[in-house]
Design a protein around this ligand. Structure first.
Ligand code: NAI
Length: 214
């Protein structure tokens, strides 16, 4: 497949295509037209065609899309055709909740370690993964190949830990701490801020209920 620049908006939509196609696959749907897919996903058929044309189309006139093929190809574009090793830094409420979530493995993300500063948590294990002291992290990264670190620790601690992780070779940071991280160029940071999503919801609700205030 030819590599060309793909807009961020298209990339942002791909996981949703992937999820819908995965649901269709589970229902043994073999093929789908862009019209049917658009109705399910509540986007226009032309948007779907435009998005997928970025990657060479995948569809056939009069046939639509082969669900399995499209799911596989979008998975490849998203880099889901490989496995990623992941660690979690901060074994509090959120860190433990992430570690308990089994679906990441189904998508190819394998949790290899959980680290915390609190010695009381050390030795506890979540789904067979032991919580270790953060002091062991550097050594751990020398002997274990890890691609992604999830940061679920207080925001004041996140920048230092993130910069250590970058220094020790981590290339992807999944940042839940509510702070912006400024790291070296080749480290990719994906921020997940539930509170920001909630604020968007609150904006939409208030716009709907009190439109004249806007
Ligand atoms: P928590 O207090 O339950 O857990 C934080 C853990 O980090 C504790 O176990 C603490 O010992 C550990 N920790 C502190 N300093 C550390 C360090 N230097 N290295 C390793 N571990 C360290 O907090 P909770 O509720 O789990 O939240 C964790 C973080 O996630 C906070 O920054 C919070 O604001 C954020 N958060 C983000 C959400 C989001 O949508 N992005 C949603 C909920 C929380």
């Amino acid at each position: 497949m030819q590599k060309k620049h793909i807009s961020k908006a298209v990339i942002n939509r791909l996981p949703r295509y992937y999820r819908y196609l995965g649901d269709l696959l589970e229902k043994d749907v073999v093929r789908i037209s862009s019209k049917e897919l658009s109705e399910k996903m509540n986007v226009t058929a032309s948007q779907i065609r435009q998005d997928l044309n970025n990657f060479g189309g995948f569809g056939q006139q009069g046939y639509g899309y082969n669900v399995e093929y499209l799911h596989t190809e979008i998975g490849k574009i998203l880099g889901l055709d490989r496995k990623y090793n992941l660690i979690i830094i901060g074994a509090g409420n959120l860190g433990q909740a992430l570690a308990n979530y089994v679906d990441f493995e189904r998508r190819g993300f394998f949790i290899k370690g959980i680290f915390d500063v609190n010695p009381k948590l050390v030795g506890l294990s979540i789904r067979g993964i032991e919580i270790r002291l953060i002091d062991e992290l550097e050594e751990f990264l020398k002997v274990n190949q890890v691609d992604i670190a999830a940061l679920t620790l207080p925001k004041a601690k996140a920048p230092k830990v993130a910069s250590d992780l970058a220094k020790w070779g981590i290339k992807g940071i999944w940042n839940f701490a509510p702070t912006d991280l400024h790291l070296v160029e080749n480290v990719i940071v994906e921020n997940v801020h539930l509170a920001e999503s909630l604020m968007k919801l609150s904006y939409k609700l208030s716009e709907q209920q009190y439109p004249s205030d806007k």
